[in-house]
Design a protein around this ligand. Structure first.
Ligand SMILES: O=c1ccn([C@@H]2O[C@H](COP(=O)(O)OP(=O)(O)O)[C@@H](O)[C@H]2O)c(=O)[nH]1
Ligand SMILES: O=C(O)[C@@H](COP(=O)(O)O)O[C@H]1O[C@H](CO)[C@@H](O)[C@H](O)[C@H]1O
Length: 327
């Protein structure tokens, strides 16, 4: 690691975060906290996650709530995600119901961008909706640095990541985070060496200040975490970042071809933040920007190319959007 990355890793990594809900809730003051769950067809896992979160938003009068709202941002689900999330107690927002002047685009980045206009939090906590054996302790741990220190704008979780591939009969205690280890960490070490100390740069569990989130573009699809991480570093330096140990994170592990598409989106977000590439938010606000990506599948004895368009246009910073609309 660079000396700066080493310094940051030692000073801003909480290996055993001890912030309790009881201790943090009174520290909130007037700060509002929104938990956002992006969800695309997560009917099998969304309800247990929302149920586990519910006591954080309704402590039964014993103390002020740590969390002010739990919102599922639905990404065009065609299963029972919305119904089950709502029945479990979440407020459900469909992507087409917020920032309605924009035609909804596919992808995780789109719903995270729209969540800024759907929730009221000064601090947002993002959690994936495919988590298994979810521990609500993720939330106070992620909020700890943001509610007790002024510097961080983005707090990332890190964890042990089991890998479960049922079709292959594979279940192991390690091995998850395949795109992190094979693409994101190598690319980040090349384009932003000081970020080498971030243990889980792609992790979907993180918390951030609204002020930061509204000031930066949102990369499309699975590039969103990469874009936010680099932009937080570029705008606030390493001290704008922190990371907390969340223990273990089990989720649905996708197949290799799906991770290939994810990788191309992550690479687009990283490359767009290097000198050789104009920033897509300025370069092409339209939804037209995309790159062609070819993968190969074997049909009987023949290998066949499968080409698809990977969107690269980023959503503009919400603040600049509002400023231009106000003019
Ligand atoms: O178009 C999409 C793709 C994903 N997601 C959500 O984003 C999170 C992370 O996606 P996924 O689990 O596919 O990524 P992985 O964890 O496998 O890398 C999950 O809650 C998904 O439901 C979404 O809201 N819209
Ligand atoms: O970290 C990773 O390598 C990928 C894939 O994880 P697995 O190999 O399926 O455990 O998962 C992450 O990547 C996505 C893109 O950034 C995030 O959106 C997901 O939340 C995160 O799970």
């Amino acid at each position: 690691m660079t000396p700066e990355a080493e310094r940051w890793f030692a000073a801003r990594s909480w290996q055993e975060p001890s912030w309790s809900v009881e201790r943090l809730a009174p520290l909130k003051g007037r700060t509002r906290v929104s938990v956002v769950l992006p969800a695309l067809n997560e009917q099998d896992t969304i309800a247990p996650i929302v149920t586990a979160l519910a006591p954080l938003a309704d402590p039964g009068g014993h103390r002020p709530p740590l969390v002010d709202e739990i919102v599922v941002l639905d990404s065009g689900s065609t299963d029972n995600t919305r119904e089950r999330a709502s029945r479990a107690g979440a407020r459900v927002v469909s992507r087409e119901d917020v920032l309605t002047e924009f035609e909804p685009r596919a992808g995780k980045g789109e719903v995270l961008w729209r969540s800024l206009a759907a929730v009221s939090g000064d601090v947002l906590v993002f959690l994936d909706s495919d988590l298994v054996d979810f521990d609500a302790g993720f939330v106070p741990a992620l909020l700890g640095p943001l509610l007790t220190r002024p510097e961080p704008v983005l707090v990332k979780g890190f964890y042990r990541r089991p890998l479960r591939l049922p079709r292959e009969g594979l279940q192991q205690a390690e091995g998850g985070g395949r795109v992190t280890e094979l693409l994101a960490r190598p690319v980040l070490s090349a384009v932003r060496p000081d970020l080498a100390g971030v243990i889980q740069p792609l992790g979907g569990e993180y918390a951030a200040r609204r002020e930061f989130l509204e000031a930066v573009p949102f990369a499309p699809g699975y590039g969103v975490e990469t874009g936010l991480l680099i932009d937080a570093y570029d705008r606030h330096g390493l001290d704008g970042l922190a990371q907390v140990n969340l223990g273990v994170r089990k989720h649905r592990n996708r197949g290799l071809l799906q991770l290939g598409i994810m990788s191309r989106q992550i690479l687009a977000a990283a490359l767009s933040r290097t000198e050789e590439h104009p920033h897509p938010a300025e370069a092409s606000g339209g939804s037209g920007a995309e790159v062609s990506y070819t993968q190969f599948v074997q049909l009987e004895s023949e290998w066949v190319p499968h080409e698809q368009a990977i969107p690269t246009a980023e959503r503009p910073p919400l603040r600049s959007l509002r400023e231009s609309q106000a003019r």
